[in-house]
Design a protein around this ligand. Structure first.
Ligand SMILES: Cc1cc2nc3c(=O)[nH]c(=O)nc-3n(C[C@H](O)[C@H](O)[C@H](O)COP(=O)(O)OP(=O)(O)OC[C@H]3O[C@@H](n4cnc5c(N)ncnc54)[C@H](O)[C@@H]3O)c2cc1C
Length: 384
C-alpha cells in the first residue's frame, strides 16, 4: 500500500506552519519584498512557533522531524512568503552536514545554538564568481597552518551571506574539496556586497570574503577530500525541501488566480466560465498536485536513506518549472491587475524564477537525470 495521507502529527505541524505563514508572513510579504530585507523579529517569532529548528534532532533541542514533514512545513512557509521562508530555511542548511559529517564536539556546539533560534543565522557557501553550476571549479583555498586552516577566496550569492553566524564553506585543500564551519567573527572573514534581486527579495543574498581567514582545524567538517561527498549529501537532502518551497509559491498563485477568476466578470460572465481561463487553472491544479507528489517521493527517499539524487532532481526541476508556469499564468488570469503590485501574483512570479536557478538550475537537474539515464550516477557532475 502507498499512503498519500500525512499522519495526525504531520497535519498538526502543517497547520501550525500554515497559521504562522498566514499570520506572520503573508501580511508583511509585500512590504519586506519592497524593502529587500526581512523583519528583525522574524527569527524570534518563528522560533517561538517551533518553526526554526524542526529538523534538528530532539537531543539537540529541535523538533526531530523527518524530511517528508519538513517538506510539508516548507510548502506552507513558502506559501506565506518564499523570501522570508528562505531566511529561516537557510538556517537549517548546516544541520545535515553536521549530523552526517560533524564530530561529536561540532554537533554539540552548533546544533543547540541553531535549535534555540535566538537570532542565530546560518548559511552554506559553494558558489564563487567562477564556480556556480560547476562545484568542481571552486577555487577558494584552505591551507593547513599548524592547528588552523587559512582560507582565501570569495563566495557569492550566498543566502544569509554576510549575516550568518555560522557558514559551511567549501574550499580546496590542494586538488580536493573540504568543508569548514566558518564563524562570522573569525579573523579574515568579512561580509561583501549585498545583492539586489528579482525575486526572494526578503531574503538576504550576499558575498562572504575570506582574506587569509583563520579557522581552527577542528572546524573542518569531515575529512580533507570529503568535501564533495558533504556537498552531494547536502544537495540530496536539500533539493526536495527547495522543491517544496516552489510548490508553496505555485499553490499560492493557483489559489489566488482561481478565486479571482470566480469573481472577475468579462462579457457578462465570470472569466472562470471561459474555457481559455478554466483550462489554465486546470493545468495549474494538476501541476501543483504532481509537483507535490514528486516532493513527497523524493523526501521519502531521503528518509529511507536511499539514493535520493534522481528523485530530488525530478522534484526540483519539475516543481520549479511548474511554479514558473503557474505564476506566469496566474498573472495572465488577472490581466492588468496581475501586473500591478496591489496583487501578490507579480511577486510570486518573480519568486518562482529564483527556484529555477538556486540549488542547481533546471538545466543542471536535467543534466543529472540524463547522467542517471546513461547508467551513471549524477553525483560526480557539477551540482549533481
Ligand atoms: C537568490 C539566490 C540564492 C542563492 N543562495 C546560494 C547559497 O545559499 N549558497 C550557494 O552556494 N549558492 C547560492 N546561490 C547560487 C546558485 O546556486 C547559483 O546561482 C546556481 O547554482 C547557478 O550557478 P551560476 O549562477 O554560476 O550559473 P552558471 O553556472 O554560470 O550557469 C549559467 C547558465 O548556464 C547553464 N548551464 C551551466 N552548466 C550547464 C550544463 N552543463 N548543461 C546545461 N546548462 C548549463 C545554467 O543552467 C544557467 O542557465 C544562490 C543564487 C540565488 C539567485
Amino acid at each position: 500500500m502507498i499512503s498519500f495521507e500525512p499522519t495526525a502529527e504531520q497535519r498538526d505541524l502543517q497547520r501550525l506552519a500554515h497559521e504562522f505563514a498566514e499570520r506572520e508572513l503573508r501580511p508583511v510579504a509585500a512590504e519586506w519584498d519592497e524593502r529587500e530585507a526581512y523583519p528583525p523579529d522574524l527569527l524570534a517569532k518563528a522560533a517561538q512557533a517551533g518553526l526554526t529548528a524542526y529538523a534538528i534532532p530532539a537531543e539537540y533541542g529541535g523538533g526531530g522531524v523527518d524530511a517528508v514533514t519538513s517538506a510539508l512545513i516548507a510548502e506552507e512557509l513558502s506559501w506565506g512568503c518564499a523570501g522570508l521562508a528562505s531566511t529561516l530555511q537557510a538556517t537549517m542548511f548546516p544541520v545535515r552536514p553536521l549530523l552526517r559529517f560533524g564530530t561529536k564536539a561540532q554537533r554539540a556546539r552548533y546544533l543547540p545554538l541553531l535549535a534555540r533560534g535566538e537570532g542565530t543565522l546560518a548559511a552554506i557557501a559553494f558558489t564563487e564568481p567562477h564556480a556556480g553550476s560547476d562545484v568542481g571549479a571552486i577555487s577558494a583555498e584552505a591551507k593547513r597552518d599548524g592547528d588552523e586552516y587559512v582560507l582565501t577566496g570569495e563566495k557569492v550569492y550566498i543566502t544569509n551571506g554576510g549575516i550568518a553566524d555560522v557558514t559551511v564553506v567549501f574550499a580546496k585543500t590542494g586538488d580536493e574539496l573540504a568543508a569548514f564551519l566558518v564563524e562570522r567573527g573569525d579573523p579574515g572573514v568579512a561580509a561583501g556586497r549585498v545583492e539586489r534581486k528579482l525575486g526572494l527579495r526578503a531574503s538576504q543574498t550576499g558575498s562572504v570574503l575570506l582574506d587569509s581567514a583563520r579557522v581552527p582545524a577542528d572546524r573542518r567538517l569531515g575529512d580533507e577530500g570529503q568535501g564533495f561527498e558533504v556537498a552531494l549529501d547536502f544537495f540530496q537532502a536539500s533539493r526536495p525541501q527547495v522543491a517544496a518551497g516552489a510548490v508553496g509559491v505555485a499553490r499560492a498563485a493557483f489559489e489566488y488566480a482561481t478565486a479571482y477568476a470566480r469573481e472577475r466578470e468579462a462579457f457578462g460572465r465570470p472569466i472562470l466560465s471561459r474555457q481559455g481561463v478554466g483550462f489554465k487553472l486546470a493545468d495549474m491544479a494538476m501541476l501543483v498536485e504532481a509537483a507535490r507528489l514528486l516532493v513527497w517521493r523524493a523526501a521519502s527517499a531521503v528518509d529511507a536513506g536511499d539514493d535520493a539524487g534522481l528523485l530530488g532532481s525530478y522534484a526540483k526541476a519539475f516543481a520549479a518549472d511548474a511554479a514558473m508556469r503557474i505564476t506566469t499564468d496566474a498573472v495572465q488570469v488577472l490581466g492588468g491587475a496581475g501586473i500591478m503590485r496591489d496583487h501578490p501574483v507579480e511577486k510570486w512570479m518573480r519568486d518562482a524564477k529564483v527556484f529555477q536557478v538556486v540549488e542547481g538550475t533546471s538545466e543542471i537537474q536535467r543534466h543529472i537525470v540524463a547522467t542517471y539515464l546513461r547508467g551513471g550516477h549524477g553525483d560526480r557532475q557539477g551540482r549533481g
